[in-house]
Ligand binder design. Structure first.
Ligand SMILES: [Zn+2]
Length: 144
């Protein structure tokens, strides 16, 4: 390997790293966004219930489902974020484990992977869609 090849390799490593950092920041931003929406939806559920205490609770189901979906998105994005960093988080003991391992070295729990049901139930581009947010925003504007 010549000096130039070596230099190119270093350059590749750096740009890959930069890409990972910006992807990671992007994911962090999206996770924060979803967390903020969840807080808003919780508030909305509270307000709706307070205003219509005799109403069928099933009317609030849509908002509860929305929270569930956003939680799954967050879970998936956290997984992707850890993947970029090169490790998995044990779901049982929260240990950081090298991503190559299938089982936690500390407690022996099976580590999640992308084929897990929670992740598969989301379409690849399902998260962070403007339409689902508009639905929620339009709904809350109408009522207050
Ligand atoms: Zn563990």
């Amino acid at each position: 390997m010549g000096i130039l090849d070596k230099f190119n390799d270093v350059g590749k490593g750096v740009s890959e790293k930069t890409k990972n950092i910006s992807e990671g920041n992007n994911l962090k931003r999206k996770i924060l966004y979803e967390e903020e929406r969840i807080v808003e939806i919780f508030t909305d559920i509270g307000k709706k219930y307070y205003k219509n205490q005799n109403e069928d609770p099933a009317a609030l189901k849509v908002l509860c489902d929305d929270i569930d979906t956003r939680r799954r998105r967050i879970k998936k994005m956290r997984f992707e974020l850890n993947q970029i960093r090169g490790y998995k988080i044990c779901p049982k003991c929260d240990a950081e484990v090298n991503e190559r391992f299938q089982f936690c070295g500390r407690c022996g729990a099976r580590l999640p992977d992308m084929e897990d049901e929670d992740f598969m139930s989301l379409e690849p581009n399902d998260y962070y869609t403007e339409s689902s947010n508009n639905f929620f925003n339009a709904d809350s504007n109408k009522n207050y």
